[in-house]
Design a protein around this ligand. Structure first.
Ligand code: SFD
Ligand code: AMP
Length: 659
């Protein structure tokens, strides 16, 4: 029966594997899974797969606008060095097993991107020569390579769609909840979501699923308000679905206190990497002083105590923020000196090309910043641009490491004393609790994740996210083969779930005639207003921009109380159409993610990430008590969080990091 608003048609489907998301992680999995399904078939096991994305894969997720660099490409470099860099940038608390594993697989994804048509910049003389054939890329930094990437997502999605087949892909379906197994509460059995185009609810039953719905944006009040509303750095459609749904299913989360506060070109959120690394620009205060030099003694307060060749991203912010706090702002990217210096040895034609590259860096991935340049008459060779630390973002694939605790690779592990001496060699066993058989499986049986979903690693970026999706695909097929006779059964009734999903619609239909102004009603709150409230609480009490990223236990007590009330009021959210129903459930995911973030910051009694956030009551790094993972498990019945420590172990020797 065709559905109508408030009375959706219910479509039930049974598959073996469900991929939730259509971004870089999901595209990696969709591409990789085919050959492993064929392997299973050879053994008489026919597995059915489906991918659902809330948007359209061609432009969904973080890479929607394109990118101008691939930030993880190792080339000749040692994956152990990559694991060292990841650890250093994330203040020493990462899983070396995950980073090393990613490092040894990521280049393969980049080679595929090039094969599928992504233009990758090459060194003079190597133009037209593919990376796999020894073509030398133009490196912006040690790990990053430059691309012409406006159509990056199209290219990667096209390959994923071709590999999986469009009949196995369903777009415009927003997954709201995962459903545990009736016979095993620590197992996943299904997921439920709704179409954002038709009046349909989809119920999937499966043996395994890959939850790759990106990171979390818009839980903090953004700097862009008023006429700038809607502008953000990471994509506004990453709404914390990955973390919230995994938490509700009972999966152990890790490092949810971590966040990323990118330093960006002000107002347009334009990327800085190419400017710092490729154009060798310096950031300066209002008086032209290079704060990374003048404030460098601040690095001695934090591990590795001034010894790192490249200071961590949060510490670079920390040095910048001192200037802002002490009244020496605005901060600028000195584009004029950088381009001037590069031009010294160039012909006029080469200079024009260089200027075009500066514009293209924005046009490929952040058109809004080019708009700011045009609107403010900025020619980067003549006028410097302001930089600003943005509002906080939660993610596990970029320069952050919050996410879900997963099983590591089986063939990477803690070194013995002799192996330690042989730098770079990685032997074969892991600390306890780091591996339970299937790479990227969470602590809930059958629930896998990748990319922004995998915590305690980071610096995977677009290429690593794709590669991690591929690793998970292989492991999921193995899991399904090992569990071929398992029959999933949903723990919750479909009718109850549908009822819950449609509550915002009922709120609207039942009360809409109570007032004449549709947005003003004592019986409901619009998703937009509820989101503003969440952002205000997080901004003012949980270290957002309005307090210069500062909080303390007392402020978080207030946040806790206000979030409880917000959760009560969230039950009164209205949905006047399917679009608002999407917004309502995105908010629900955001609230749970925000709560996890706050609980973890509360639990970690130190300031591990100065420049990302400061707990002013513990404004230091405490290596003795807090060089550990903070993990948590959410109990959806009691609606409570349990945070606890897990030991951190260095698997790769970190002394090689030092100057
Ligand atoms: O300049 C649901 N990233 C960069 N990576 C690079 O390699 N180079 C760069 O240059 C990068 N930079 C950058 C980057 C991102 C952004 C936004 C900017 C600049 C402005 C990072 C990568 O893009 C990132 O690491 C990966 O994309 C992460 O992959 P993944 O798969 O974890 O997330 P996704 O791609 O956003 O996809 C999420 C998908 O989930 C869908 N979805 N579907 C169903 N139900 C739900 N409930 C859902 N919720 C979400 C989405 O539609 C999407 O398909 S730079 O800063 O360094
Ligand atoms: P961003 O544009 O800031 O997202 O950075 C892109 C890439 O460059 C990421 O790999 C960053 O870690 C790296 N990066 C950005 N700024 C710097 C810097 N000042 N020093 C070293 N690496 C940087």
């Amino acid at each position: 029966m065709a559905g109508e608003f408030g009375k959706p048609e219910i479509v039930e489907e049974e598959v073996d594997i469900l991929l939730i998301g259509g971004g870089m992680g999901a595209c990696g999995a969709a591409y990789e899974i085919g050959p492993w399904l064929d392997e299973a078939k050879k053994q008489g096991i026919d597995l059915k797969v489906k991918l659902v994305d809330k948007a359209a894969m061609d432009r969904s997720g973080a890479v929607a606008q394109g990118l101008s660099a691939i930030n993880t490409y190792l080339g000749e470099q040692d994956p152990a060095d990559y694991a060292r860099m990841v650890s250093n940038d994330l203040m020493g608390i990462t899983r070396d097993d995950l980073a090393y594993d990613l490092g040894r697989h990521v280049d393969d994804s980049v080679h595929l991107f090039e094969e599928w048509g992504l233009p990758i910049w090459k060194q003079p003389g190597d133009e037209g020569k593919a990376l796999v054939d020894g073509g030398k890329p133009v490196r912006s930094g040690k790990w990053q390579i430059m691309i012409n990437g406006e159509s990056y997502k199209w290219i990667v999605a096209e390959a994923a769609k071709k590999a999986l087949g469009t009949d196995r892909i369903q777009e415009r379906v927003f997954i709201v909840k995962l459903v545990n197994d009736k016979n095993d509460s620590n197992r996943i059995a299904g997921a439920i979501g709704f179409s954002v185009r038709e009046h349909k609810v989809f119920v999937y039953k499966f043996k395994a699923c890959l939850l790759v719905a990106g990171g979390c944006v818009n839980i903090f009040r953004p700097r862009s308000v008023g006429e700038g509303t809607g502008r953000a750095w990471y994509p506004v459609w990453n709404a914390g679905s990955t973390y919230a749904m995994a938490a509700e299913a009972g999966a152990e989360l890790t490092m949810m206190e971590n966040r990323f506060v990118p330093a960006r070109f002000k107002d347009g959120y334009g990327p800085v990497g190419a400017w710092f690394l490729l154009f060798k620009a310096k950031a300066v205060n209002a008086f032209g002083e290079v704060y990374m030099d003048t404030n460098k003694e601040l690095l001695n307060d934090y591990p590795p105590y001034g010894q790192a060749a490249v200071p961590a991203s949060c510490l670079r912010n920390h040095l910048m923020m001192k200037e802002m706090r002490e009244g020496r702002g605005p901060i600028y990217m000195d584009t004029v000196s950088a381009l001037g210096k590069l031009a010294e040895t160039m012909t006029p034609k080469e200079i024009k090309h260089l200027e075009a590259e500066a514009w293209e860096d924005f046009l490929d991935m952040c058109i809004g910043q080019a708009g700011v340049w045009a609107g403010e008459n900025i020619e980067p060779e003549k006028k410097n641009s302001e930089l600003m630390p943005t509002e906080p973002y939660l993610l596990g694939s970029h320069s952050g490491c919050c996410g879900i605790w997963v099983s590591g690779p089986t063939d990477v592990g803690a070194p013995t004393a002799e192996e330690h001496a042989d730098a770079g060699k990685i032997p074969s066993h892991l600390p306890s609790g780091w591996n339970w058989g299937y790479r990227s499986m969470t602590t809930v049986k059958g629930l896998f994740t990748a990319a922004d979903g995998v915590g305690a690693s980071g610096h995977k970026f677009s290429s690593g996210s794709h590669a991690e999706g591929r690793l998970a695909a292989k492991a999921m097929v193995q899991f399904c083969m090992d569990n071929k006779d398992h029959q999933p059964e949903l723990a919750d009734s479909v009718a109850d779930l549908v009822d819950e999903i449609y509550r915002p619609v009922r709120n609207f239909l039942e009360s809409k005639d109570y007032t004449t102004a549709i947005d003003v009603n004592p019986n409901y709150i619009t998703p937009k207003m509820l989101q503003f409230r969440l952002q205000k609480v997080m901004d003012e009490y949980v270290a957002g921009v309005s307090t210069m990223y500062q909080t303390n236990a007392k402020m978080m007590e207030v946040a806790e109380m206000k979030l409880e009330m917000l959760k009560e009021d969230a039950l009164k959210m209205r949905a006047k159409d399917l679009h608002e129903l999407l917004r309502a459930w995105e908010n629900y995911h955001r609230i749970l993610t925000a709560e996890a973030h706050m609980k973890h910051i509360q639990f970690r009694e130190e300031s591990r990430y100065p420049g990302f956030y400061y707990r002013m009551d513990y404004n230091f790094v405490d290596e003795t008590n807090w060089k550990c993972f903070v993990n948590s498990i959410y109990d959806k019945t009691t609606k409570t969080w349990n945070c606890f420590k897990r030991a951190h172990v260095d698997i790769v020797d970190k002394s090689k990091l030092f100057k």
